[in-house]
Design a protein around this ligand. Structure first.
Ligand code: G3P
Length: 238
């Protein structure tokens, strides 16, 4: 008799990989911000995209490649570098060149038909990938089937379109856990600290965040009031 597939669900929560904690990536190409997050001691990697590179004024193949290397020299974690081509051959050529830049590079590939073919190709060759621009569970399932290392559902952009992005993260978590897919959920398009906290609740493997959202986790007025009182009481005791 074949055993039924038993998902990980236990008492309303999920028993997930005990070997790794949630990771924080920073979603920027700004070297100062990457350094600041690194100095905080909580940075596990970096994601970039063509818009973030353009925002820093990084143009041209040589400068873009050097910038990826500069980022890899700040963090010891994974660094997502996105292909520009939209056809299979172009994505393979670009992705192989990006992967050859540095062992930390993860090739970021868009969720399109040729992108899925490219992810499968890279996966077979041992090149790590991040499937980007994911907005549905079906897309995430396809990316996992193709062997993506990471899948990037865009929370904020779904929220902007009156669809709860966090529901998608939870749905992908359930699907991946049902079948032990090893593709990691990299929650992207994070806009604020509550996105990070909610991602932790639903079990995203990674949250890639603006620096402001990471630093926002520090904030609570009662912490500031409490610290001021401790310091005042210490001073009055001298
Ligand atoms: O990593 C993808 C992410 O940068 C998209 O964020 O804020 O442009 O929706 P956003």
């Amino acid at each position: 008799m074949s055993m039924p597939c038993v998902p990980f669900k236990v008492f309303g929560t999920f028993a997930r990989n005990p070997n790794h904690a949630m990771r924080f990536f920073i979603d920027t190409a700004n070297l100062d911000q990457i350094r600041e997050a690194q100095d905080l001691g909580v940075l596990d990697g970096v994601t970039t995209n063509p818009s973030l590179m353009a925002k820093e004024g990084i143009h041209g193949e040589a400068r873009v490649k050097q910038h990826y290397i500069d980022i890899c020299n700040i963090t010891s974690g994974d660094v997502s570098a996105e292909v520009i081509s939209t056809d299979f051959a172009g994505m393979v050529k670009e992705g192989e060149a990006l992967a050859a830049l540095h062992p930390q590079i993860v090739v970021k590939v868009p969720m399109i038909k040729d992108g899925i073919k490219a992810i499968k190709y890279f996966s077979d060759k041992g090149i790590r990938t991040n499937c980007t621009l994911v907005f549905s569970a079906g897309q995430a399932l396809l990316a996992a089937k193709a062997g993506a290392t990471y899948v990037s559902p865009f929370l904020g952009r779904l929220d902007d379109n009156s669809q709860d992005g966090m529901d998608l993260i939870a749905q992908i978590r359930l699907i991946y856990d049902n079948y032990f897919f090893e593709t990691q959920i990299l929650a992207a398009s994070i806009r604020h600290t509550m996105h990070i906290v909610k991602c932790a609740e639903v079990g995203a493997d990674v949250a890639t965040c603006p620096l402001s959202a990471i630093l926002g986790l520090l904030n609570h007025p009662l912490t500031d009031i409490g610290l001021a009182k401790f310091l005042a009481d210490y001073a009055s005791n001298k």
